[in-house]
Design a binder for this molecule. Structure first.
Ligand code: ARG
Ligand code: ZN
Ligand code: CA
Length: 253
């Protein structure tokens, strides 16, 4: 694909305290991060080790807050809902509906629905794979965007990059098999990797006989700090593209 795909986004801010009612500026900063990272325009793109630079890719996907809501009314692409719920844990889904104390999604086939809320169990975010229930992405308000109310080291907007990766069918880069080396992320140009990484590892980190270059821990689909992740691969880009042309064609309209 040579063209750029632009995905319409609606952000549902579900807040109890004033701090959770994040600013428009914080929301816009998240859209900016998505647009930088999915176009390989991120300022840290040059930090990719030369061993992996050849597969680092521009995914040619952009994001824009919706300008028309359901029924075609003009919109900012942002909804704000005050809730009596003080916080959520990872398996709760109340934020996803008005009945549960949150906000109903807009047509999940036409918009990327994002819910920003207060998680109290350490969860940063959650993205639904195609075909799963509860389509969209959820994110902790302190890990959303790159300016505003944020908590280091998840303060550069990369939680949403990772979760939107899941939403476009990307698996964790280590294959979610514990450290067995038998799992796969279903992408050919990422090395087989034993386990996830945290923090900001130094290159190289060898596992699963993948030396000398080792794990691609700087990939958005690992678990490093926001400052430690700065690339998608061409294979991941192709997998996201295939998803947009099958399970998520409604976003292309
Ligand atoms: N779903 C993961 C979690 O909540 C997201 C990890 C995102 N990593 C990051 N550096 N922002 O643990
Ligand atoms: Zn994940
Ligand atoms: Ca792989």
């Amino acid at each position: 694909r040579t063209g750029i795909i632009r995905i319409p986004v609606v952000v549902h801010v579900i807040w109890h305290t004033a701090a959770e009612n994040i600013s428009d500026a914080q929301i816009h900063s998240q859209i900016d991060v998505l647009n930088a990272d999915f176009r390989r325009l991120n300022a840290d793109a040059g930090s990719v080790p030369s061993a992996f630079a050849g597969v680092a890719a521009d995914a040619r996907i952009e994001f824009a807050l919706a300008v028309r809501g359901p029924g075609c009314a003009v919109t900012t692409g942002i909804t704000r809902t005050e809730t009596s719920v003080t916080g959520w844990t990872r398996n709760q889904t109340g934020m996803l509906s008005a009945a549960g104390g949150g906000h109903d999604p807009w047509d999940v086939t036409k918009y990327l629905n994002v819910w920003v809320c207060n998680y109290t169990d350490g969860l940063l975010g959650k993205g639904s794979f195609p075909g799963m229930p509860n389509q969209g992405v959820r994110c902790h308000y302190r890990a959303f965007g790159s300016t505003g109310t944020l908590s280091a080291p998840y303060d550069l907007g990369r939680t949403m990059v990772h979760e939107v990766g899941h939403y476009l069918n990307l698996n964790h880069i280590w294959g979610d098999d514990g450290s067995l080396c038998s799992g796969t992320d279903n992408v050919d140009d990422t090395p087989n990797q034993a386990d996830e990484h945290y923090g900001t590892p130094t290159f190289p980190q060898v596992s699963c006989s993948n030396g000398p270059d080792g794990d691609m821990f700087m990939n958005y689909m690992d678990y490093t700090d926001d400052a430690g992740m700065f690339m998608f691969t061409a294979g991941q880009s192709a997998r996201m593209d295939a998803t947009l042309h099958t399970a998520r064609t409604g976003l292309l309209a």
